[in-house]
Design a protein around this ligand. Structure first.
Ligand code: SF4
Length: 285
């Protein structure tokens, strides 16, 4: 057998293995967090990036094999960035026979008007995008909104909040909005970005880069990404371990008084004190 054929077969085997692993991880996340239930109408937010294409493809393949009935519907927001290739997503979605809607909202003009030159657009841009997508989901009665964030995004966000926000918080795999009218799910929560990148290459998705507006990425996030990439090289598995810790919180071993009642801790049988506690706020001197 010639060497090129052997190489092709090996690459195909690797690619099948990766697709199977990603499907298993997505299926596990959906099950662990009860992300999708029978009768759900799931709006899949598509940006045109590798992660959301991968999410859609994997959800479709799970839907085809799932024992429960649920609906998938793809939605993209055309934010009117200059040069946005409007035909790419509709062409792709039609080619795979996927029901979809392309929403149009000129958030680009808003962002470029409001944000001073030289500052990063991304935070306001994605907030406006989220607003438009959530409004559409509520109008159309979708019961879940699927976003393509993966494990690396979630760990990065944890460190962003730790380093720059002084809080331990990240992006949860499943989130109910404050008003109670949206449930957001992140089916890629157990997937690594490098696997999704390889999957996207294998599948030759028609990627639309998310830098059409020419802005710089958030520098703090870039620094954290680099830190995690370095850890990945030096200590493989560390990102997975950090992610595991996000699901294994020992509240009594931290210091959040609103989540754990440290004030009531005393030895068994000891009565709560009614004594003057002015010293707690620095004494009365
Ligand atoms: S790169 Fe451009 S399109 Fe993407 S989030 Fe930032 S501002 Fe928005």
């Amino acid at each position: 057998m010639n060497q090129a054929v052997t190489e092709d077969r090996r690459a195909k085997r690797e690619s099948d293995k990766l697709a199977k692993r990603l499907r298993r991880q997505v299926g596990q996340a959906i099950e662990d967090f009860k992300m999708i239930e029978p009768g759900d109408r799931v709006m899949v937010a598509l940006s045109g990036g590798k992660d959301s294409y991968a999410m859609l493809e994997i959800l479709r393949s799970l839907q085809a094999a799932a024992p429960v009935d649920f609906e998938l519907f793809a939605v993209n927001l055309d934010q009117k960035q200059p040069g946005f290739p409007e035909h790419v997503l509709p062409d792709y979605l039609r080619s795979i026979d996927m029901p979809f809607e392309i929403l149009e909202q000129d958030t680009y003009s808003v962002v470029t008007r409001v944000i001073p030159e030289g500052k990063t657009y991304c935070s306001l841009c994605s907030r406006l995008r989220r607003g438009a997508l959530y409004t559409y989901a509520a109008e159309q009665g979708f019961t879940k909104i699927a976003l393509g964030h993966h494990m690396d995004d979630m760990v990065e966000t944890l460190f962003l909040n730790l380093f720059h926000g002084g809080r331990m918080a990240s992006m949860p795999p499943k989130l109910k909005s404050d008003k109670g009218d949206h449930v957001v799910i992140r089916p890629l929560a157990y997937c690594r970005e490098k696997d999704l990148a390889r999957y996207a290459t294998d599948k030759a998705f028609p990627i639309i880069p998310c830098n059409l507006c020419g802005t710089q990425d958030n520098l703090q996030r870039v620094a954290i990404k680099q830190m995690l990439q370095q850890w990945d090289r030096l200590s493989p598995g560390r990102v997975e371990t950090i992610f595991k810790a996000m699901g294994n919180i020992a509240l009594s071993q931290l210091a959040d008084r609103s989540l754990f009642d440290f004030a009531s801790l005393r030895i068994d049988g000891q009565e709560p004190t009614t004594a003057d506690d002015r010293w707690l706020v620095g004494g009365s001197s």
